[in-house]
Design a protein around this ligand. Structure first.
Ligand code: ADP
Ligand code: MG
Length: 530
């Protein structure tokens, strides 16, 4: 309990004690994911409140599912989530590295170095690392890009699937890449992912165009349309319906019928409006009245109802259309175009495929159980994220800890020229980088220290490209990572450095932790909850 009267209901820790507590929390968190790093990493079995299970080897998935209370642990989890959002990979590495930075900082604090000097040193080290990274990179050819995508899947799924998914991810990325003012942009959210239980994982496939599991509302509508115009409605094409609270006093025979007729006439008018706009393909978020299916079919409009909002958005982007709440409000500017639209039945399943000029692709994840389909979906999502980044920035670094060892060696050489205590922090940063090769070795059953020393020695022997020596955890020995095809995108490594350093610095800046005492019996009386 705090001794400051105003902070009575708070538990307070400050100065060194706060730092030590925070670092202990960070290390505990890193301990939870350490064993998953690399292709020889182990899986974790996660069980949620409702007893649902998931087996995963993905650091960020483990962390996000854990019920973590400690605010510092939460900060590191946020860093890992950001890593996932920005780079789609490197999440375990980011947590391990920031925890290691903190652990090394603590040792310096014990030697009397002030946390702010450590913070300054870490920033210098990060800047130097970032600069040096560019001298370690190689331009990636198409086949190297695929190898890098495969590396990001290693340990997550079996080898045959790694190759298959990496190929499909690259196909998909190429299908959705756009040229924006001379710059390649590939947005992975433009790829639709469908899951199907049944069959083998290896049956998972990529289809060009956007595929939805939908059937046109009436079979007399055209099955296949060539180049035409599409309208997207964020509502429906249906009668408003009488609200249950409305009382209708029928004074005359047929009043209700007239009322219905009028509504139908209004719907028919909307269909005429679509015809005037030249629309041949229609997708609505809500329903389309059975009554007007015939009229739509007569107008030759292939129509789909109850299309999910997310799918409408994908269609809008692919066709260059704009969503509207109702047909009346549609104008020429809202109408999009498509190259082909097919409504067909394949293996007992209704499929609607739309090909558009903007490209687009659909991945069909298959597997014999819910779990395996989920795994295929997650792995494809990761692979696609990496593939898209590589199209945008086709630059690679050697993996297997080679890059981290090369950076650490560079930092140690540079540290000598840095005056003051910051020098110690730069050296501590270099040591922390080596947590990656050490952990990779450890998870492969190798001696972490011996392996690290061997890698450092081989890099130090010099010669061109010696910085590419890392730990080949499958062959269980140091090897040239470029020759082994163990490569990773520059963007992932750069983000690990930036994100982990930032997270560690924020923890180092804290010198006071105030825990509010929450009394679970007092209801939350904030006005928002009224
Ligand atoms: P993260 O969540 O950080 O991406 P991973 O479990 O995916 O963690 O492991 C990534 C690390 O494994 C990277 O450092 C990568 O270079 C390394 N790696 C991948 N395949 C191999 C391999 N065959 N040999 C050695 N290291 C590898
Ligand atoms: Mg990874």
């Amino acid at each position: 309990m705090s001794d400051v009267p105003i902070l009575k209901e708070t538990t307070r820790s400050s100065g060194r004690e706060a730092l030590r507590n925070n670092i202990t929390a960070a290390m505990a968190l890193a301990g939870a994911v350490r064993s998953t790093l690399g292709p020889r990493g182990m899986d974790k079995l996660l069980i949620d409140d409702e007893g649902r299970t998931m087996v995963t080897n993905d650091g960020v998935t483990v962390l996000e599912s854990a019920k973590v209370e400690h605010p510092v642990a939460k900060m590191l989890i946020n860093a890992s989530t950001t890593q996932d959002q920005i780079a789609r990979d490197g999440t375990t590495s980011a947590v391990l590295f920031s925890a290691e930075l903190l652990q090394n900082a603590w040792e310096l604090v014990l030697q009397g170095v002030h946390p702010s000097a450590i913070g300054r040193g870490y920033r210098i080290a990060e800047g130097m690392s970032r600069e040096h990274l560019s001298s370690l990179t190689v331009e990636a050819t198409a086949s190297m890009q695929q190898q890098a995508t495969q590396t990001s899947l290693s340990g997550k799924i079996h080898t045959a699937m790694q190759l298959h998914l990496a190929q499909l991810a690259h196909q998909a990325a190429r299908a959705i890449q756009e040229d924006r003012e001379g710059r390649v942009v590939a947005d992975p959210t433009r790829v639709k992912i469908l899951s199907q239980i049944g069959g083998q994982m290896t049956d998972s496939a990529l289809i060009t165009g956007l595929v939805l599991l939908k059937k046109r509302v009436r079979s007399t509508m055209p099955k296949r349309l060539k180049a035409g115009k599409i309208a997207l409605i964020d509502g429906g094409l249906e009668r408003k319906g009488l609200m249950s609270s409305v009382k209708l006093k029928v004074t005359n025979h047929g009043v209700l019928e007239t009322f219905r007729q009028e509504e139908r006439t209004m719907l028919l008018k909307q269909i005429s409006h679509l015809e005037e706009l030249g629309v041949t393909l229609l997708a609505c978020k809500e329903g389309i009245d059975d009554d007007v299916h015939g009229a739509l079919a007569d107008a030759g409009i292939q129509s789909f109802r109850r299309v999910a909002r997310a799918d409408l958005d994908l269609l809008a982007r692919g066709c260059g259309a704009r969503l509207n709440m109702n047909v009346d409000a549609l104008s020429d500017d809202d109408i999009g175009v498509f190259i082909e639209s097919r409504s067909e039945r394949i293996n007992g399943q209704d499929r609607w495929t739309v090909d558009t000029e903007e490209g687009g692709a659909t991945f069909i994840a298959k597997g014999s159980t819910n779990d395996t389909v989920g795994e295929v979906e997650r792995c494809f999502g990761d692979a696609l994220g990496v593939a898209c980044q590589l199209l945008e920035e086709p630059v690679l670094l050697p993996g297997g800890g080679a890059t981290q060892v090369a950076l650490a060696r560079h930092l140690r050489r540079q540290a000598e020229s840095i005056p003051g205590r910051e020098q110690l922090a730069v050296e501590a940063y270099a040591d922390a980088l080596e947590v990656i090769p050490r952990t990779l070795a450890e998870n492969a059953g190798l001696d972490p220290l011996d392996t690290l020393l061997q890698v450092v020695a081989q890099q130090a022997k010099g010669g061109d490209g010696s910085h590419t020596v890392g730990v080949d955890v499958l062959a269980k020995q140091p090897a040239n990572m470029m020759e082994q095809g163990i490569v990773e995108p520059l963007r992932i490594t750069r983000q690990v450095l930036a994100g982990a350093t930032e997270a560690a610095l924020s923890v180092l800046r804290i010198d006071d932790v105030l825990w509010a005492k929450q009394d679970p019996t007092v209801p939350d009386m904030s006005p928002e909850n009224d």
